[in-house]
Design a protein around this ligand. Structure first.
Ligand code: SAM
Ligand code: ZN
Length: 198
């Protein structure tokens, strides 16, 4: 017997009315009673607590459009090319299942404006196919909401960090890549010293 074709099923196209309803529903889900968007001290716009928040509380849901892996890869490369040009470091795509990713780069997703910090107060967690930004420690009203972007250390120089935390690494690097980051920094310092010596 031949193997079954396990291609990602195409989603049924929605009518404009159905799509408007879908977006209205997601817009509502993406709103939060405990945060709002403000000008950020870290970068551009950010998301700020409007009341004190307890650890593990859902702060806001990260909403967006489901896209298949092929489309996700195409968009990730486009973002990468853009960041190469601008030096920006925007990531909006979450892996939610073997077949689907969630692209949060839509204006009805305020959580897309959350900035990175080297000492974040939130983390992104997945519950079934939904992504929530949850508090990891008590958050005071007017504190900026942040999470770890989880960037690899490979091109750290392209992503300077302005989080302002005493624990700031100087670059946007995920906590899982600290060892590699230290190694690369050491290598770069050695190369710079050697170049100075001639
Ligand atoms: C997903 S957006 C976050 C919202 C962004 N502040 C805005 O106004 O569009 C990611 C962008 O914010 C910037 N950013 C986020 N956290 C940062 C940080 N800790 N330091 C410097 N820039 C940061 C990155 O350069 C990236 O271009
Ligand atoms: Zn930092």
């Amino acid at each position: 017997m031949g193997k079954k074709n396990k291609k990602t099923p195409k989603k049924k196209a929605l009518t404009p009315e159905e799509d408007a309803k879908r977006i209205a529903k997601l817009t509502k889900r993406g709103q939060s009673g405990c945060v709002e968007v403000r000008g950020s001290v870290i970068h551009g716009r950010g998301v700020y607590a409007t009341r004190d928040t307890e650890p593990e509380e859902h702060v806001i849901e990260y909403v967006g459009n489901f896209i298949d892996k092929e489309e996700s890869e195409r968009r990730a490369w486009a973002l990468f090319a853009e960041s190469e040009k601008s030096g920006g470091a925007a990531v909006y795509i979450f892996n939610v299942s073997k077949k689907w990713d969630l692209d949060g780069d839509v204006e009805w997703n305020p959580a897309r404006l959350i900035n990175h910090s080297c000492d974040p107060n939130c983390e992104a967690i997945q519950v079934k196919k939904r992504i929530y930004i949850n508090a990891t420690r008590p958050i005071k009203r007017d504190e900026e909401i942040t999470f770890d972007y989880g960037f690899s250390a490979d091109s750290y120089v392209d992503h300077p960090c302005l989080c302002g935390s005493p624990k700031c690494l100087g670059y946007i690097v995920g906590k899982d890549y600290l060892k590699k980051f230290r190694k690369l920094q050491k290598k770069a310092k050695k190369a710079a010293a050697e170049a100075l010596e001639g």
